[in-house]
Design a protein around this ligand. Structure first.
Ligand code: SF4
Length: 379
């Protein structure tokens, strides 16, 4: 077995974990076959030894304690730190600046490790950092569904407060086409098990994942699964994909047809309209999402959320195009920003210069996304 290589962090975390310490429990994704996901492609999955994760926690504790006692980070670097210790020092300093309240366990599926190992890691975190209020992680439904209720309760009792699950869709058709490796029933089973164990649940829905052909099916099936689970959070993400990716590789005779913003607005509206008798917070907390202002709590805010979509759908095509370009270019955050004359003028000028019209706006934005991805500019 390879000896300890020093403190490690993986590539991603949810936006809601911006203030969290990132602790890497596993490397990459144990599944790694979803056709739309390039995050861990060509990276091999591995479990980090529990002793290595514990060593990471101890390093953070040591540096955070020294910094709290008044040491400056430059004094610590002068202590002949080995290069493998610097990342822990930087992570400790950043976490200290954020108040040391939350920890996010990486990478794609921490729940895949043996429950007793996860419990040991969580207990060590709690022992070192008793002030931490929230410990969260990504998890695959498949992994959560396999864990016994008793083990899940032990994990929750040891301190795992929330899991983020990439549901993407609950349409079995689409799940198969995108090679997600789970079914609607597995999503529902995993969600219910997490909630029963007392773990907060965040479900991510990928708008546009069914393309234009399966948009309604995606909305209806996903709303049905969410109604059965009643997760704490429903979070929308917008699919953006290189044209070279064969999204429906799991079903070779069906070709993915990307959907326009109008179709996606209708998709989100249908999904929200179908959410019944649940108490989830609904969020659209990613800057690339067209309707970032979707942020409310069910059931009270259902009409408010639906009205955002209805307003966009009911606009004149010229206004819709202005909003699409203004949101994607960073001039607007919400629909009402269109009423700010100076910003609207800037967007109109941008459309004029770029030759963007209501007829070609989706094609033009699609091309811009392709260019951005080709250049590796993050969203
Ligand atoms: S399970 Fe998650 S991280 Fe793994 S390939 Fe699918 S989307 Fe990507």
């Amino acid at each position: 077995m390879q000896s300890y290589q020093g403190f490690e962090q993986g590539p991603i975390r949810p936006p809601s974990e911006a203030a969290s310490l990132l602790l890497r429990v596993t490397r990459n994704c144990p599944w790694n076959r979803c056709t739309f996901c390039s995050v861990y492609k060509k990276q091999k999955f591995s479990l980090r030894p529990v002793a290595d994760v514990i060593a990471d926690i101890d390093s953070i504790h040591r540096f955070a304690t020294q910094l709290q006692e008044g040491c400056h980070s430059w004094d610590l670097t002068a202590e002949n730190l080995s290069p493998s210790e610097w990342p822990a020092l930087v992570a400790a300093r950043n976490w200290l600046a954020e108040g040391m309240k939350s920890i996010f366990l990486q990478d794609a599926d921490t729940l895949v490790i043996r429950p007793e190992n996860l419990v040991s890691i969580l207990q060590h975190i709690k022992m070192r950092f008793p002030q931490v209020e929230r410990i969260t992680s990504y998890a695959r439904s498949d992994s959560v569904a396999r864990i016994s209720p008793r083990n899940l309760e032990e994990i929750a009792a040891a301190g795992l407060n929330r899991i983020h699950i990439g549901m993407e869709t609950a349409s079995d058709n689409i799940l198969k086409m995108i090679s997600k490796g789970v079914s609607k029933e597995t999503h529902v089973t995993a969600g219910l098990k997490a909630k029963t164990a007392g773990i907060e649940l965040s479900e991510y829905v990928l708008t546009g994942i069914g393309g234009s052909e399966f948009s309604r099916e995606h909305a209806i099936e996903t709303a049905d699964a969410l109604n059965r689970i009643d997760p704490d959070f429903i979070r929308f993400r917008t699919l953006h994909l290189m044209d070279s990716v064969n999204l429906f590789a799991g079903t070779p005779d069906i070709r993915y047809q990307w959907s326009t913003d109008l179709v996606q607005a209708e998709e989100i509206l249908l999904l929200i309209e179908r959410l019944e008798k649940i108490n989830s917070s609904v969020k659209s907390d990613h800057s690339y999402n067209l309707f970032q202002e979707i942020d409310g709590k069910l059931p009270d805010d259902k009409q408010l959320l639906a009205d955002i979509l209805r307003t966009f759908i009911g606009m004149a095509p010229e206004d819709r195009a202005i909003f699409q370009v203004g949101k994607r270019s960073g001039h607007f955050v919400q629909l009402s920003d269109m009423e700010i004359p100076v910003r609207r003028k800037q967007v109109e000028e941008l459309c004029r210069q770029s030759g963007i019209t209501p007829e070609n706006v989706d094609d033009q934005l699609h091309r811009m996304v392709q260019e951005r991805m080709r250049r590796g500019i993050p969203f």
